[in-house]
Design a protein around this ligand. Structure first.
Ligand SMILES: C[C@H](O)[C@@H](O)CC(=O)C(=O)O
Ligand SMILES: [Mg+2]
Length: 408
C-alpha cells in the first residue's frame, strides 16, 4: 500500500430542512432537520483520492460536532493511511482517549459523534485505496489475509501410524519437528504397554509444549476406554479420538465426563454418519472436538450444517483428513469455518497426512505446518488421469504388477 499521507481535513455543517414537513419527527424530536457533520480527507498521493465521512445530527448542535471534529483533526492530519491501518486499534484509542479531549466524553455525546465522522472518512479512504466497497474490505480483511499469509494450522498423523516401528517413529517425528510441526497424533489402542512406550517416546521427542493427540479408532468399550486413557494421561494428550463405537453417543458422553478432570477431551466424527448424529453428540456434551470429514457425510451441504451446529455449541471443528484426497477437500471447509463462522484458531487445527498428494491436480500446500489456502478453482478433487489409470482396480498397472508378484 502507498503511504497516502493525510494532508487536509475539512468539515462542513450540512442541514436539510426536514422539519418543515415533519419528516423524521418523533415523540422527543419534534422538529428534526436531518443534518450531517461532513468530513473530507485529502491525501498527498492523488488529488482525486479523498475520504468522505459523516455523522448524523438533527439540526442545531451540528455546529458543536463540527467544532469537535476540528478539535480532533490534529490527531489525523499528518498521519499516513498505512500508519493508521497497521495499528487501527491504536489510532482508534488515540482519537477516543485523547488525554484532554476525553473529559468531554469519554466515548459518548458530541466527541463520540465527531470521532465517528472522522473514522468513517478514514474507512472510506482505505476502501477507496483498496478499490473495494467497505463490506468487501471488511470481509476480505484480517481473517482471509491471515489465512493467505500464514495458512490454517495443521497437525500431522504421518509420524505415528500404529504399524510403524519405534525407529521409524523417531525418525519421522524428528524430521517433522525440523519442518516446523508442533502437533502430533499417535495411534493407540491395540496394546497398552506399546502405547505407553510409543507415547513416552513421542512426548520426549516433541517436548512438553508441543501438542499430542491419541487415536484409538473405536477399539475399546466405554469403561476400557476410560481406564486405558487414564493410564496414558501422564503424556498429556489433548484428545482421545474415537475411543469407542462411533454410534455410542452416551458412551462418548460418559468418557468425556470421566476424562475431563484429566484435561483430556474426546474427538470424533470421521465415522459419524450424518448431521443428526453430530447434533446428538453436541447436545449430549459427548465430544469436545468435532471431526468433520469431507467424504463421510452428504458433502459440503451437510458439513456446513455441522460446522454451524459446532459453532452454536462452541465446540471447535478439527477436521479428519487421514485418507486419500481428504486433506485436499477438507481444507476448503475449515477455511470457511474460520473465515465465516468461528473466527477463532483456539484449539483448532486440521489433520494432515503426508500421503498420495502427488496424484492430485491441485495438491494441498503445507507451509510451516499450515495449510495454505488453495487458489485453483474447484474443490481440489481432480486427480491426475495417469494416476487414476495406473491405480484403477483391478486392471491398472500398479495392481496388475502386484498380482503378478503374488503369483511368482
Ligand atoms: C484407516 C485410516 O488411516 C485411519 O486410521 C485414519 C484416522 O483415523 C485418522 O486419520 O484420524
Ligand atoms: Mg482417526
Amino acid at each position: 500500500m502507498q503511504e497516502n499521507k493525510i494532508i487536509k481535513l475539512t468539515v462542513r455543517d450540512v442541514r436539510f430542512p426536514t422539519s418543515l414537513e415533519q419528516h423524521g419527527s418523533d415523540a422527543m424530536h419534534t422538529d428534526p432537520d436531518y443534518s450531517v457533520a461532513y468530513v473530507v480527507l485529502e491525501t498527498d498521493s492523488d488529488a482525486a483520492l479523498k475520504g468522505y465521512g459523516l455523522t448524523f445530527t438533527v439540526g442545531r448542535g451540528t455546529e458543536i460536532v463540527v467544532c469537535a471534529v476540528k478539535a480532533l483533526s490534529t490527531l489525523v492530519v499528518g498521519k499516513t493511511l498505512k500508519e493508521i491501518v497497521s495499528d487501527f486499534r491504536g489510532f482508534y484509542r488515540l482519537l477516543s482517549s485523547d488525554g484532554q479531549m476525553r473529559w468531554v466524553g469519554p466515548e459518548k455525546g458530541v466527541i463520540q459523534l465527531a470521532t465517528a465522522a472522522i473514522l468513517n472518512a478514514v474507512w472510506d479512504l482505505w476502501a477507496r485505496v483498496e478499490g473495494k466497497p467497505l463490506w468487501k474490505l471488511l470481509v476480505d480483511m484480517h481473517l482471509k489475509q491471515t489465512m493467505l499469509k500464514e495458512g490454517y494450522p495443521a497437525y500431522t498423523t504421518s509420524c505415528a501410524w500404529l504399524g510403524y516401528t519405534d525407529q521409524q517413529l523417531t525418525q519421522l517425528c524428528s524430521e517433522a519437528l525440523a519442518q516446523g510441526w508442533t502437533k502430533f497424533k499417535v495411534k493407540v489402542g491395540a496394546d497398552l504397554q506399546d502405547d505407553i512406550r510409543r507415547c513416552s517416546l513421542i512426548r520426549k521427542l516433541i517436548g512438553p509444549n508441543n501438542t499430542l493427540m491419541i487415536d484409538a479408532n473405536q477399539r475399546w468399550d466405554v469403561n476400557e476406554a476410560i481406564t486405558w486413557v487414564t493410564k496414558l494421561a501422564e503424556f498429556h494428550p489433548l484428545w482421545i479420538e474415537e475411543p469407542t463405537c462411533p454410534d455410542d453417543v452416551l458412551g462418548h458422553a460418559s468418557i468425556s465426563k470421566a476424562l475431563a478432570p484429566l484435561g483430556i477431551g474426546v474427538a470424533t466424527g470421521e465415522q459419524c454418519h450424518n448431521r443428526v448424529m453430530f447434533k446428538q453428540f453436541l447436545q449430549a456434551a459427548a465430544l469436545q472436538f468435532v471431526q468433520i470429514d469431507s467424504c463421510r457425510v452428504g458433502s459440503v451441504n451437510e458439513n456446513l450444517a455441522i460446522i454451524l451446529m459446532a459453532a452454536k455449541f462452541n465446540v471447535p471443528v478439527c477436521p479428519h483428513a487421514g485418507g486419500v484426497g481428504l486433506c485436499e477437500l477438507v481444507q476448503h471447509l475449515i477455511l470457511f469455518d474460520y473465515i465465516s463462522v468461528s473466527a477463532s484458531l483456539n484449539n483448532r487445527m486440521c489433520e494432515y497426512v503426508d500421503h498420495l498428494h502427488e496424484h492430485f491436480k491441485s495438491p494441498t500446500i503445507i507451509r510451516n505446518a499450515h495449510y495454505i489456502p488453495p487458489k485453483d478453482p474447484g474443490y481440489s478433487c481432480e486427480m491426475l488421469e495417469e494416476s487414476v489409470q495406473k491405480h484403477q482396480y483391478p486392471d491398472g498397472e500398479v495392481w496388475r504388477a502386484i498380482e503378478q508378484q503374488g503369483k511368482q
